[in-house]
Design a protein around this ligand. Structure first.
Ligand code: SF4
Length: 335
């Protein structure tokens, strides 16, 4: 899928960065940027990472205000983990096509059909959805979370079909899957993957499990078409870790293209190439340098940018996140 994304780029990065730093300091704010943000936002942020890692950094920080450069459910997750801090997002309309595939009402109705089931939700969900599930998971710990459940447990997995199918394949568990998908990752297809692998037969391959090509990548490994040591189905956080040890290799990357900026920063010697260069999330790119500055400058109308979560919903959602942390490897995170 090809998307047209408009970004307002600062003509002078240094003065943009100086202003962001000075405004953030004045407001006692920490600026966080997701791996899929435009490079100028990544370069000016205090921390860059995946959604849950950033939320945990925010919770541990002494800053009163968290400015979350990412999409809305990520800022909500930060608020769930830091209910007493002010959480701002530079564009409150930055949504997520995957999170939007399921509402809290739909979770309740699905549970009613399966009253004995344990419901596992990928972190790419709204706070209201998290409040209705038993536990959350990330793309890194989803397998570990499902394996921790009783062998005979009935499991409902939402909202990402591709991630859920990957977990079902790896664990051998029978899992009912919600048919949600991220339009960006679904657009990284098996056809694109095969074409890229054929054009670069010696390259390494990093695949995010939300991708439409994950099954194809695993099939190619299982059939011996690509050696297992060349293919890695991992979260964005693990991609950055992998990059650090990648030497001077050529690495194909199957996820949103914004991550390539972090991969290059982690290892300037290696070459990183997108499996689908059009895999660009228009929601992530709604956060522009101009909007970040406006959000930081605005002190009177903070509510224009503020992300709030109802206390009761937030505390139920927190239980699902904490249940994950208690089971899963809390040092591994998701998108
Ligand atoms: S890349 Fe997909 S899952 Fe991630 S924020 Fe964008 S729409 Fe949502």
């Amino acid at each position: 899928m090809t998307e047209t994304v408009q970004t307002e780029l600062p003509t002078d990065f240094d003065s943009f960065a100086r202003e962001v730093r000075s405004l953030a300091q004045r407001r006692n704010a920490i600026v966080l940027a997701h791996n899929y943000q435009v490079p100028w936002i990544q370069d000016v942020a205090d921390h860059v990472g995946d959604s849950l890692a950033l939320s945990r950094i925010a919770a541990a920080s002494e800053a009163e205000t968290i400015v979350f450069c990412g999409v809305h459910f990520m800022a909500e997750t930060a608020k769930i983990l830091s209910p007493d801090k002010t959480v701002l997002i530079p564009d409150p309309n930055a949504g997520c096509s995957l999170a939007d595939t399921i509402t809290a009402e739909q979770v309740v109705a699905w549970k009613r059909e399966h009253p004995q089931a344990i419901v596992v939700a990928y972190v790419n969900t709204s706070a209201a959805v998290k409040a209705e599930v038993d536990l959350c998971c990330t793309s890194s710990n989803a397998v570990e979370i499902v394996e921790s459940l009783p062998e005979d447990a009935e499991i409902l997995f939402l909202p990402d079909y591709f991630l859920g199918a990957h977990v079902a394949r790896v664990t051998g568990r029978k899992i009912s899957l919600w048919m949600g998908e991220c339009h960006v990752h679904a657009g990284i297809t098996p056809v694109a993957l095969r074409a890229r692998l054929e054009a670069s037969p010696d390259s390494q391959l990093l695949v995010h499990p939300e991708c439409g090509c994950t099954s194809a990548a695993l099939y190619l490994v299982e059939s011996g078409e690509i050696p297992a040591e060349r293919a890695h189905v991992v979260s964005t956080g693990s991609m950055v870790d992998y990059a650090k040890g990648a030497g001077d290799s050529h690495v194909l990357v199957a996820t949103e293209t914004g991550i390539i900026h972090q991969l290059k920063a982690a290892n300037p010697r290696a070459t990183f190439e997108a499996v689908n260069p059009a895999a660009v999330c228009r929601y992530m790119k709604m956060i522009t340098p101009e909007k970040l500055l406006s959000c930081l400058r605005e002190t009177e109308l903070t509510e224009k940018y503020e992300v709030t979560v109802d206390r009761e919903i937030g505390s139920r959602a927190l239980k699902a996140v904490e249940a994950m942390i208690a089971i899963g490897n809390s040092s591994k995170f998701g998108e």
